[in-house]
Each structure stands twice: as structure tokens, then as C-alpha cells.
Design a protein around this ligand. Structure first.
Ligand code: ZN
Length: 147
């Protein structure tokens, strides 16, 4: 079973550990012939999410978006809808689990959800492919960011 790190969970509740760009870096996919830009995760890259007007995040006043008086704001609602529609993920639900049950319980649930049954690698929420044993599949995947 995989074990995600706390710091991989973005302020919005996205688990960067199942993001295609993060996994591409983890499993060194560019070296294996997959054309993709890699990312170390939203927190590691100090990314500002989609919301440029979000001053609490810009000023690092909160660690997770549920600590905000505006939660859930329109920006996270839009993101959540896109992820529920295409990527079998709900950032808002993720945050509610973290808020109500703690990060450890959430990480355990994520590990159960995304561990590849064939090789123990990580399946990406962005297309349902294991980025460890599915490299050949990923080379042919079109569109890449769809299940
Ligand atoms: Zn696998």
C-alpha cells in the first residue's frame, strides 16, 4: 500500500500525490518517453491556486481552505465540480474528511482508493492509469487528462 505525505495535500484538498504531473516526476516519465511537464506539488511549488484574489492564501494565513470564512468559495466550488465530473475526486469532500476525521484518516482512505492492484504503484485521478506499470498506456493516451 502506498503512503501519501501530509504535505502533498494542497490547501484546496487536492491530493497532489495522485496528480498526473506529480506522478510523472515521481516515476520519471519524461525519461521514459512520456511528454509531460512535471510538478513537485502545489505546496512544494508554492502555487497560488486558481484564485488570484485570495488574500488569506497569499498571506499564508490558512493551511487548508476550510479554515476560511468564505469556505466553500466560488473558486473551490468550480474546481470541485470539474474534479467530480472528470476526475472521481471532490476537493470539498476531501477537506470535510480532513476537518472532521483528521489528516491521517484521510491519507489512509486515499491510499486505499489509489493504490494500483497490479503493481502497488499510484493510479492518477486525472486518467485512471497507474503511472508505474502503465507507462506504455500513457504514451498512447488521448486525451491524456481523461479516464
Ligand atoms: Zn501499477
Amino acid at each position: 500500500m502506498i503512503q501519501f505525505e501530509n504535505k502533498l495535500i494542497a490547501p484546496c484538498g487536492m491530493n497532489c500525490g495522485v496528480c498526473a504531473r506529480y506522478l510523472a516526476g515521481l516515476y520519471e516519465l519524461p525519461k521514459q518517453g512520456v511528454k509531460i511537464t512535471v510538478c513537485a506539488g502545489c505546496r512544494a511549488g508554492n502555487r497560488n491556486c486558481g484564485k488570484k484574489s485570495c488574500s488569506p492564501r497569499r498571506k499564508h494565513e490558512l493551511y487548508f481552505c476550510f479554515e476560511c470564512g468564505d469556505f466553500p468559495c466560488d473558486t473551490i466550488k468550480r474546481l470541485d465540480k470539474r474534479y467530480r465530473t472528470f476526475y472521481r475526486t471532490s476537493e470539498i469532500k476531501n477537506l470535510e474528511i480532513i476537518r472532521d476525521h483528521g489528516i491521517t484518516a484521510f491519507l489512509k482512505q486515499e491510499a486505499e482508493k489509489w493504490t494500483c492492484p497490479d503493481c502497488g504503484g499510484v493510479i492518477s485521478c486525472h486518467n485512471g492509469v497507474c503511472f508505474r506499470c502503465g507507462v506504455e498506456k500513457l504514451k498512447k493516451k488521448k486525451p491524456f487528462y481523461r479516464w
